[in-house]
Design a protein around this ligand. Structure first.
Ligand SMILES: Nc1ncnc2c1ncn2[C@@H]1O[C@H](COP(=O)(O)OP(=O)(O)O)[C@@H](O)[C@H]1O
Ligand SMILES: [Mg+2]
Length: 157
């Protein structure tokens, strides 16, 4: 089992480029857990992922903080959810995530608030803000598929 992988993302553009590179590798059933404080860059990373999954370039990938879940068409559908505003686990049912795991790549911000809202095998991406205003990403794969994804990602573009 591969250990965690730490990557620097000094700018929002670098963050999106990393997301795009990962997005190109994604298939239906892949789950990304975006972790880290408000303003860390979780949505920014998913905007890059959307490019990588082939979301049409003109399409705005907004923060789903209010909509809670958005779906974007592409080579593989991308379902983007945010659990920040969910207060009660019963609200999770309304998101319709359950069927998304079979047919889409799913990126979930704040999955650490309700870890059982997704299958246990996932790629955790924890984003930390560095003192110079940049970011560090720590990728922690859980399960064989996420470990393989991480290994390909680590090799570079
Ligand atoms: N790697 C980075 N370095 C510097 N600023 C970043 C980086 N990634 C994102 N940002 C900026 O951080 C702010 C918050 O990003 P956002 O993706 O909305 O965070 P979150 O979804 O984690 O709350 C945005 O202004 C974004 O441009
Ligand atoms: Mg966000």
């Amino acid at each position: 089992m591969a250990g965690p992988l730490t990557i620097a993302a000094p700018t929002a553009g670098a963050m999106q480029a990393l997301g795009e590179r990962l997005g190109r590798l994604l298939a239906a059933g892949d789950v990304l857990a975006l972790l880290g404080p408000l303003g860390a860059g979780k949505t920014t990373f998913v905007q890059g992922v959307a490019r990588g999954t082939g979301v049409p370039p003109g399409r705005h990938v907004a923060s789903p903080t209010f909509a809670l879940v958005n779906e974007h068409p592409g080579r593989v559908p991308l379902v983007h959810a945010d659990l920040y505003r969910i207060a009660d686990p019963r609200e999770l049912e309304e998101l319709g995530l359950r069927d998304a795991f079979d047919r889409a790549a799913v990126a979930i911000e704040w999955l650490d608030r309700f870890p059982d809202a997704a299958p246990p095998e996932r790629l955790e991406i924890e984003i930390a803000i560095t003192p110079d205003g940049g970011r560090h990403l720590v990728l922690r794969p859980i399960g064989a598929r996420a470990t393989a994804l991480c290994a390909v990602f680590e090799k570079g573009p």
